[in-house]
Design a protein around this ligand. Structure first.
Ligand code: ATP
Ligand code: MG
Length: 176
């Protein structure tokens, strides 16, 4: 079996994704670029890259038992990553709880042989690809409050039409 490209992400509920799509629409006259499809909008917690089938299967089995501490992140600004040419929505400041969940996830992943990235965690939701400006729009829509209580493991599969995402496992929400 070929390796699978995997990542962990927070996936917004449909209503939140719809609102994020309006953020993309609002930024478009300024940034140009290509909007992500609404159902693909997400916040990556850990990008694993290409993973061998055996390890992928272990992750799929183990993911329900990695409990993510529930938390809240407020998306209140646009930003750009100029090299990949993307415009994103994100928090002005990374909440400690989200940073801790990110760090805890990577600690858990180290048992599977994964090494945390050297770069700091920059939580964001990619909204537009192939943007034509290096500056984000100055004004963002009203802040979006995102309550999350689980993460998903996603397989990113190359197709003729670009990458397609498939959720292959979910962490169980923390018991009340
Ligand atoms: P494509 O690369 O085919 O255009 P994509 O970027 O949507 O498609 P992936 O490259 O599989 O799909 O990435 C999946 C998710 O992981 C995206 O949110 C992407 O921004 C993020 N990601 C990709 N590479 C890295 C990386 N090296 N470090 C951190 N996050 C990454
Ligand atoms: Mg990519």
């Amino acid at each position: 079996m070929p390796p699978t490209r995997l990542f962990y992400a927070l996936w917004p509920a449909p209503a939140l994704a719809d609102t994020l799509a309006t953020w993309a629409t609002q930024a478009r006259p300024h940034s140009q670029g290509r909007p992500m499809r609404t159902e693909t909008l997400h916040m990556t917690l850990a990008f694993l890259g290409s993973v061998e089938k055996e390890i992928a299967d272990e992750l799929i089995d183990a993911t329900p038992y990695h409990r993510l501490q529930p938390g809240t992140v407020t998306l209140d600004r646009y930003g750009v990553f100029t090299r990949p040419g993307i415009l994103w929505a994100g928090p002005e400041r990374t909440p400690d709880s989200l940073q801790a969940s990110h760090d805890g996830l990577w600690l858990w992943l180290s048992a599977f042989g994964f090494v945390p990235p050297a770069q700091p965690f920059r939580p964001h939701v990619t909204l537009l690809r192939n943007i034509e400006r290096n500056d984000p729009p100055a004004d963002a829509p009203p802040p979006l409050t995102w309550h999350y209580d689980r993460m998903v493991l996603v397989a990113s599969e190359s197709t003729d039409g670009g990458s397609r995402y498939r959720v292959v496992a979910r962490s169980k929400p923390q018991p009340g």
